[in-house]
Design a protein. Structure first.
Length: 306
């Protein structure tokens, strides 16, 4: 039996840094942390870059996101501070912090939920993932087994990609086209590879996942939840596999992270392929969302289940 080549692929969320830099550093921090607790963890990895401009001229639309987020944040958050009244409300200290977290944490996700934002980001990610898959297959003529690791908005992007790749039926796939223009050829190639077994799924691992608050992005999902139904994990490639015990989707979250949510309430968990893993990465609501990368508890949780 031919063993597949393992591909670990990370997808970040948008950071509010005024001068964004490649995310290789945080990817490596998490990757090496997991490797320190699991001997067979792959030595190499790949990762997405989106939402900021690494130097392209002119930049693509999605590459302006971080800059736009910062420019608007520098105007709108001070405007909130300037509003004064005589109320004695100590909770406003926490509210000010929560406003900042909400603005920088969700504005990029609202962009992704828009038509043009979804198109631009999905097309770019399809190109980057396909490049890595084809590079591995050129070196070794074996199937590639993918582990997607998403943080924040990267969790939602990763799950949508898996639906595109592994949904078994053609009708929902065509009626909810993954991309219409940019990246269409690459996304079609990835789906074909997944459908014929050349691209397989090992795990989806999500950190600080906002999906519960972002769930109502398709009419079918609204109809399902309104009827009391849950989502089918098979549609995302989360199939039971005796050779891969444990969850196919592991969602790691901390309740002190105001953007993170459990996912078991969303999915049919009867097969055991979807699992929430609760960890304590920080007791500070302002720090928890970005504390997963170098958390020993996170490294251990992933290493034990991968």
């Amino acid at each position: 039996m031919t063993h597949p080549t393992e591909l670990i692929f990370y997808i970040h969320g948008v950071t509010p840094d005024r001068r964004p830099t490649p995310h290789t550093g945080i990817y490596r921090k998490l990757h090496e942390g997991i490797g320190s607790v699991r001997e067979d963890w792959p030595a190499t990895f790949a990762g997405a870059e989106w939402g900021w401009n690494p130097g392209e001229d002119p930049p693509k639309e999605q590459q302006l996101l971080s800059q736009a987020q910062n420019q608007l944040g520098q105007r709108v958050l001070p405007a909130v501070e300037r509003a004064r009244d005589f109320s004695l409300n100590p909770s406003r200290l926490a509210l000010n912090q929560l406003r900042e977290i909400t603005f920088y944490g969700f504005s990029d996700m609202f962009y992704y939920a828009s038509g043009t934002g979804k198109e631009s980001i999905r097309g770019e990610l399809a190109k980057q993932v396909l490049t890595q898959v084809e590079t591995l297959q050129q070196k070794e003529e074996r199937p590639v087994r993918l582990t997607l690791m998403g943080h924040s908005a990267g969790c939602v992007i990763a799950l949508d990609l898996l639906f595109h790749l592994f949904h078994p039926a053609e009708a929902p796939y065509t009626s909810h086209c993954y991309v219409d223009q940019t990246g269409r050829d690459e996304s079609e190639t990835l789906r074909k590879m997944s459908q014929d077994g050349r691209l397989q799924l090992r795990r989806l691992i999500t950190l600080g996942n906002p999906l519960a608050a972002m769930a109502f992005r398709h009419s079918r999902v609204v109809e399902a939840f309104a009827a009391g139904e849950k989502l089918n994990p098979v549609h995302y490639g989360f199939l039971p596999d005796d050779a891969l015990p444990g969850p196919r989707w592991m969602n790691i979250w901390d309740r002190d992270d105001p953007l993170a949510w459990p996912v078991e309430p969303l999915m049919d968990t009867s097969s055991g392929t979807v699992q929430d893993v609760y960890v304590n990465v920080s007791d500070w609501i302002t720090k928890a969302h970005n504390a997963y990368w170098d958390s020993r508890a996170v490294h251990k949780a992933i290493g034990e289940r991968w």
